[in-house]
Design a protein around this ligand. Structure first.
Ligand code: G4P
Length: 196
């Protein structure tokens, strides 16, 4: 097991509705050393791709994106879900259909911070059905930006979003891929090639 898989086993929990609770280190309390390690995995995988911006969706993706962008020495731009006074001028917008259909939302990103000159790394904490990443891909397409790949801390492989993106030709690098999990706490990770 790699460092993130070990942490999921020691401190994560499987809760109702196929939710993997990792709020003690990833998406509520944040273990910054762990996130730096996650960023290094993405850096090692995508270095040499001339990344100019790391993009994500608020909110939990932002921390992962910041540690990653620090290593690439590029800015983070995060798409916002709610309109805010910080957003003005022309925007790229995309509609995200949540997998359950119960939480559809729009994401917006300023045209000032993404354009045809960019090569983008999309980053998020979780990839489940992949609708949030699809929204970001739509925004990159509107901008004419090149997408170098997608970096995800935890992919829920059994929800299919990551494999669908790979099938579409995207380079998806997930630090941990959960292929199954059950309420008794059993978690099965997908074997991945060791890139070290
Ligand atoms: P998708 O974009 O990959 O399709 O995700 P989905 O709609 O299935 O999930 C909606 C939200 O729930 C996302 O966060 C996603 O990161 C998060 N999520 C999905 N599965 C899990 C899980 O097993 N455990 C945890 N902890 N989170 C999960 P969000 O609502 O956009 O919120 P935010 O936390 O980024 O603000």
């Amino acid at each position: 097991m790699n460092f993130l898989e070990e942490r999921i086993v020691s401190d994560g929990a499987v809760s109702l509705g196929n939710v993997l609770k990792v709020d003690s280190f990833l998406n509520h309390q944040i273990d910054v050393s762990l996130l730096l390690q996650v960023g290094k995995v993405f850096y090692d995988h995508f270095k040499g791709k001339n990344i100019t911006r790391v993009i994500t969706v608020e909110s939990s993706g932002i921390a992962v994106a910041c540690f990653t962008a620090q290593l690439f020495q590029v800015p983070v731009v995060y798409a916002v879900k709610e309109m805010s006074k910080n957003l003005d001028g022309l925007l790229y917008k995309s509609h995200v259909y949540s997998s359950g259909g119960d939480r559809n939302y729009d994401i917006s990103l300023s045209r000032r911070y993404l354009d045809v000159s960019d090569t983008v790394l999309i980053v998020d904490d979780f990839l489940a059905s992949g609708v949030a990443v699809r929204g970001l891909l739509d925004i990159c397409s509107q901008a004419g930006a090149k997408v170098a790949g997608i970096g995800v801390a935890i992919e829920k492989g059994f929800q299919g979003g990551g494999d669908a993106l790979r099938h579409d030709g995207y380079d998806v690098k997930s630090v941990a891929i959960v292929d199954s999990m059950s309420s008794d706490g059993t978690i099965v990770f997908r074997e991945q090639p060791d890139e070290a």
